[in-house]
Design a binder for this molecule. Structure first.
Ligand code: NOJ
Ligand code: NOJ
Length: 709
């Protein structure tokens, strides 16, 4: 009796620690297209609310096929057995009910055509749109220490030209549709034509999807309320759909609202091809300042080019180098090579070794890896997708027809997901290229004395001599952590200096991956993570790492100590103290005062409220010039005058008037001015005294002023 009581308490404490959702760097995410995964409940296959959209034969790829939340729950052992610690499911909320096709049904099985963000889709849950199936899934996942990530599409409702024509509801109460919108719930603009135009991206329509007006206070409250409701149902994190198309400034306030509700992690879909994208700098600024991490699209392109199309490893290496220099927290970028929006890697190159090598790379790379459902079963379909290419949408959304736990891919994922838990270098470590050629890539991850060295040869036929390899691994003999699953061999390290030990001359076998690693006990506190990395006094934040000790120490913002909520050897949760806003290097010290490495955090002035700034008749600009706003709080860039520090660029659909939505501290009076940052970096200030504005305590705000000459 005593023993069982004790083990119940231990289990509960274990779950509570596991629930600190901010630290996602040790997670391995399994992405499920809910409709295509597993039919766990036949009673919701053809529901009364939206009949006739189901195809039991799985031949119409645009119909519902029966997968549901109960199905994900029934396959948790399979997913967890693979080492995944988090599951990203399709949007769970209610989708439009009517056929968007003709005699061949087209239905929102993908779940991105929402009609009511306040209840659950009947094909995924039950006929009363209740949260029961979601609650059951979350409860089962948390009992096993797993986290649920829900996809959230804040950009739009459903198509404006078929089915329900954009109709949006709040718990069943009609709000508006594309053609019936007295209250400005939607923007009513044409489809985006120029995907490099900041105004079009945010305010025009994405692929006929009725575009929500987030600056409308009703929409603002509705979208934040929908996220809050999912958090109240214990959803741990959100994948944010199409963040490039939602009003950027408003999203800062959305993130702030989510982080204030409960510990969470957010990552957004900012689609771009590579780091030369014209808006790459905008994506960096967005992630660094909003606290919303991003899906790593540039690396997605590079991995597909290298493992799918046969480009050299230099493309991956230079992409990571550029991104690591841009992003505040590259270890929080969410990495992937397959998704619901592109053909599978096996379509690009039907070579299972290459897929396994790509998986091994992804799981040891910096960033939080996503395994797309079915890759571990080598599933793909090469029919021609809607963009005219083989294997693309909808043929990448295959039916999960096998759950074999003995495939090589499943075993490699299991091994390396386990390494992410066991060795902090994978989740928290630095990134260093140690040896590179077109076919061979050897890279090292290091977190203090934890080291992981990975060597990949992606050639099917050629072995290569590796000479002059150095590593931070200590002197010794290392066996392949994968146990030869991908033909890896052993490594001998001899004595060198300065963290560079010679690792001999050896031959690396064709299509091989070897992983050599060492785990060291922390002898002093080592900080690897902070989450979120931006927030106002009062917000709950978690620092993770190792060697903190079990006795409570301190977390300092300058000389001010934060109130500690919980303290363990690897994770400390605290409340951001009442310090003045700005950038801090947060300092953790253990109970005897030993200091860890510091980690960056931005303290906001207050909770964020979205405010739309308009400046009329601004100074004339030349192409390449943009108007920005800058002001006296960290939210307004602390009087910064560069692209990354001032707020903007502002948008000018009615030149020479410019506008921009900016999230500002609730209830505070702020000072600001508009500036013209010219193409060459020169800055032209407007004249006169500072403008002043008092931000509303809640809701949304607007400022409209003339440029001062
Ligand atoms: C991106 C999603 O990944 C895609 O599948 C969806 O169709 C669009 N956003 C629109 O929601
Ligand atoms: C409008 C453009 O968007 C802006 O960038 C430019 O500075 C002005 N036109 C003047 O050419």
């Amino acid at each position: 009796m005593r023993i069982s009581t004790f083990s119940v308490i231990v289990a509960i404490v274990g779950v509570a620690v596991g629930l600190r959702a901010q630290d996602f760097k040790k997670q391995v995410i399994y992405q499920v297209v809910t409709d295509r995964f597993f039919d766990g409940d036949a009673t919701n296959d053809n529901p009364a609310e939206s009949p006739g959209l189901f195809d039991a034969t799985h031949t119409n790829w645009h119909a519902y096929w029966g997968g549901d939340l109960a199905g994900v729950q029934q396959k948790l052992a399979y997913i967890q057995g693979m080492g995944a610690t988090a599951i990203w499911v399709s949007p769970v909320v209610n989708n439009e009910n009517l056929n968007c096709g003709g005699s061949v049904v087209s239905a929102p099985y993908h779940a991105y055509w929402n009609r009511d963000f306040m209840n659950v889709e009947e094909h995924f849950g039950d006929n009363s749109n209740s949260f029961a199936a979601l609650d059951a899934l979350v409860t089962a996942m948390h009992a096993g220490g797993m986290k649920l990530i829900v996809d959230e599409a804040n950009n739009h409702s459903n198509p404006d030209n078929c089915g329900e024509n954009g109709a949006l509801y709040n718990q069943g109460a009609f709000m508006a549709s594309a053609a019936n919108d007295a209250n400005g719930i939607f923007h009513h603009n044409p489809d985006i034509g120029d995907f490099n135009d900041r105004y079009q991206l945010q305010y025009l329509t994405l692929d006929d999807l009725t575009d929500l007006n987030q600056e409308n206070s009703t929409v603002d409250a509705y979208l934040k309320g929908a996220a809050a409701q999912l958090q109240a149902h214990h959803v741990d994190a959100f994948r944010l759909d199409a963040v490039k198309h939602v009003t950027w400034g408003w999203e800062y306030s959305f993130a702030n609202a989510v982080f204030n509700n409960a510990p969470s992690f957010l990552y957004g879909e900012w689609m771009q091809t590579n780091t030369s994208d014209p808006l790459y700098a905008d994506s960096v600024k967005f992630a660094n300042r909003s606290g919303i991490s991003l899906l790593d699209f540039p690396l997605n392109t590079a991995i597909r080019d290298v493992f799918g199309y046969g480009n050299g490893f230099q493309e991956i290496d230079s992409t990571i180098g550029t991104e690591n220099a841009s992003f505040t927290s590259p270890n929080d970028l969410v990495t992937f090579f397959d998704s619901q929006d592109e053909s599978r890697l096996l379509t690009l190159n039907n070579n299972q070794n290459r897929l396994q090598e790509a998986l091994a790379f992804l799981l040891t790379c910096r960033g939080i890896p996503i395994v797309f459902y079915g890759d571990e079963q080598y599933l793909f379909n090469n029919s021609t997708g809607s963009d005219g290419n083989p294997g693309t949408d909808p043929y990448n959304r295959v039916w999960m027809s096998a759950f074999d736990t003995t495939t090589a891919a499943y075993k490699i994922i299991t091994k390396l997901a386990g390494l992410r838990q066991a060795n902090d270098a994978v989740g928290y470590g630095t990134w260093k290229q140690r040896w590179i050629s077109s076919d061979v890539y050897i890279y090292e991850r290091q977190f203090f004395n934890d080291v992981v060295l990975v060597a990949i040869n992606k050639s099917d036929t050629a072995s290569y001599p590796v000479t002059g390899l150095y590593t931070a691994l200590p002197v010794g003999n290392y066996t392949d952590y994968l146990g030869g699953l991908q033909s890896g061999s052993a490594l001998t390290v001899t004595a060198g200096s300065g963290g560079n030990n010679p690792a001999g001359n050896f031959t690396i076998a064709p299509h091989s991956v070897a992983v050599w690693q060492v785990q060291a006990n922390a002898t002093a506190p080592e900080v690897g993570s902070i989450g979120p990395w931006v927030g106002q006094p009062g917000m709950t934040v978690t620092i993770a790492g190792d060697g903190f000790g079990v006795v409570k120490g301190t977390v300092l913002f300058g000389s001010t100590a934060a109130a500690i909520q919980s303290w363990s050897n690897t994770s400390v949760t605290f409340t951001v103290p009442s310090v003045s806003s700005g950038s801090y290097n947060v300092q953790l010290k253990n109970s005897v005062g030993a200091a860890a490495n510091t980690i960056a955090f931005t303290v906001l002035t207050g909770k964020l409220v979205p405010v739309t700034f308009t400046v009329n008749n601004a100074t004339p600009t030349q192409p390449g010039d943009y108007i920005f706003v800058t002001g006296n709080t960290v939210e307004l860039g602390s009087w910064g005058t560069t692209f990354q520090t001032a707020v903007g660029p502002m948008l000018t659909p009615n030149y020479p008037n410019w506008f921009l939505n900016v999230s500002l501290p609730a209830g505070q009076t702020v000072q600001f001015k508009f500036i013209d940052i010219q193409g060459n970096g020169n800055v032209v200030w407007e004249n006169g005294t500072n403008h002043s504005y008092t931000v509303p305590a809640s809701g949304t705000g607007a400022v409209n002023v003339n440029w001062q000459y």
